[in-house]
Design a protein around this ligand. Structure first.
Ligand SMILES: *Cc1c(COP(=O)(O)O)cnc(C)c1O
Length: 415
């Protein structure tokens, strides 16, 4: 009570600043920030390109100068290059709730969507001719799913995630969904939707690009069939770092890749003319892995050692709650509207604010060191990466947003 009395006599800015400092002081993940190369700004774009962990350049230097420069071809064995895709897959596995042996790293998310969708309709078998695809998806998933549908003789059914249940039926072969919507930050019900897809006799493919590294996924626990995700967002693997493919153990023997390159062969160095797929996650490989990028990712994953994904989730929700509270306190009513769900069960790790003047506002925010991004035409997107963003950052970003909005009059969509 007395605390309330004192706080009501201070300006709201002071209250929120003080609270931010207390929250940062009590944050069990606060120490992780020092592991990253960051400046004095507020980096809220780690959901697009994660920050560089400071130890990574020296490790990459070793890959180039010693592993490649000195060991040369011996590194395929001696430096573990050949087995890197499965080994690094096993490091990502605990972050998405998968037991070892089900994730392989390589190629881009787009390519893995192709492998997963084609493999999914092949698992579903004859007599089912529809592929349900999240109509609001990141465009590449939709483009690739359409091409996969044309190749396999299926029909694409675009469907809003809320309408998936109604669209499922005996014709459904596979369903491609995003765990978190890249634009709004909405978290979809992976356990419930996966169960519904299974009840309809179809195969569930999840895209984890905006959830892996930000919140628990529970792939094994919820019986997901296939999943893909990128590693350069919340997993900080670096620009263009390779993506990953999860194939549940129960499907591995029938996983029929549409891109059966020699790296997925049971005996790749046998160089035989006939194709015989390898067992396990290796079956998801295609060609020679991009070793430099892959080992950059492997080094970057060290920042997760000893981190509980539940703690990451708790901080992520506290951060996005606090940012929304600061925005509410500082920004004049009506200038921005949150399109990120208020309910925790429906929220990823970003806040999306609809703002008519989004373009000039984001430009000015970036000039002042608050780096978010823009989803045209009118969405300001702020990603909260719990390993290196703190509560003082959230408060500062909201305060600077209010300052910028004061400079950019309502209705000024270009200046
Ligand atoms: C980031 C993202 C991608 C990126 O695909 P790339 O092939 O790595 O360029 C794909 N899908 C979703 C949902 C994403 O968020």
């Amino acid at each position: 009570m007395s605390e309330n009395m004192t706080t009501t006599t201070t300006a709201p800015t002071e209250n929120l600043r003080e609270r931010a400092l207390k929250l940062d002081a009590a944050d069990p993940l606060a120490g992780r920030r020092a592991l990253f190369a960051l400046d004095d700004g507020v980096y809220l774009d780690g959901n697009s390109l994660g920050a560089l962990p400071v130890h990574v350049p020296a490790r990459v230097q070793d890959v180039l100068t010693r592993q490649w420069g000195e060991l040369r071809i011996r590194s395929w064995d001696e430096s573990g290059w050949w087995t890197a895709p499965e080994r690094i897959g096993d490091r990502i596995a605990p972050l998405v709730g998968a037991a070892a042996g089900q994730i392989v790293v390589g190629d881009s998310t787009s390519v893995n969507v192709f492998k997963a969708v084609v493999a999914a309709v092949r698992i579903a078998g004859e007599g089912r001719d529809e592929i349900l695809v999240d109509a609001t998806t990141f465009p590449t998933d939709g483009y690739i799913a359409s091409a996969a549908a044309r190749l396999t003789g299926h029909r694409i059914v675009p469907v809003a995630p809320a309408d998936v249940l109604a669209a499922l039926g005996p014709r459904t072969a596979a369903v491609l969904l995003n765990h978190v919507d890249y634009r709004s930050g909405r978290l979809h019900d992976l356990p419930g939707l996966t169960a519904a897809v299974h009840a309809a006799g179809a195969v569930a493919v999840w895209d984890l690009c905006h959830s892996a590294g930000a919140l628990p996924v529970g792939l094994d626990e919820h019986g997901v069939d296939l999943a893909v995700g990128c590693t350069y967002k919340y997993l900080n693997g670096g620009p263009g770092s390779p993506a990953y493919l999860y194939v549940a153990e129960r499907h591995q023997a029938v996983f029929d890749s549409p891109l059966p390159g020699w790296n997925s062969h049971a005996d790749p160095f046998g160089m035989t003319a006939g194709y015989a797929p390898a067992d396990g996650s290796v079956r998801g490989r295609v060609g020679t892995p991009d070793i430099v990028s892959m080992l950059t990712l492997e080094a970057a994953l060290d920042v997760w050692d000893g981190v509980s994904v539940d703690a990451v989730r708790a901080k992520s929700l506290a951060l996005t709650d606090f940012f929304l509270e600061c925005v509410e306190a500082y920004v004049p009513a009506g200038r921005v509207v949150s399109v990120t769900p208020a309910a925790h069960a429906e929220r990823g790790s970003q806040v999306a604010l609809r703002c008519a003047e989004a373009e000039p506002v984001m430009r000015r925010l970036i000039e002042r060191g608050v780096v978010g991004d823009l989803r045209r035409p009118d969405v300001l997107r702020f990603g909260f990466t719990p390993l290196y963003v703190g509560f003082a950052d959230a408060e500062r970003a909201a305060r600077i947003l209010a300052d910028v909005l004061a400079e950019v009059p309502a209705g000024n969509t270009v200046g």
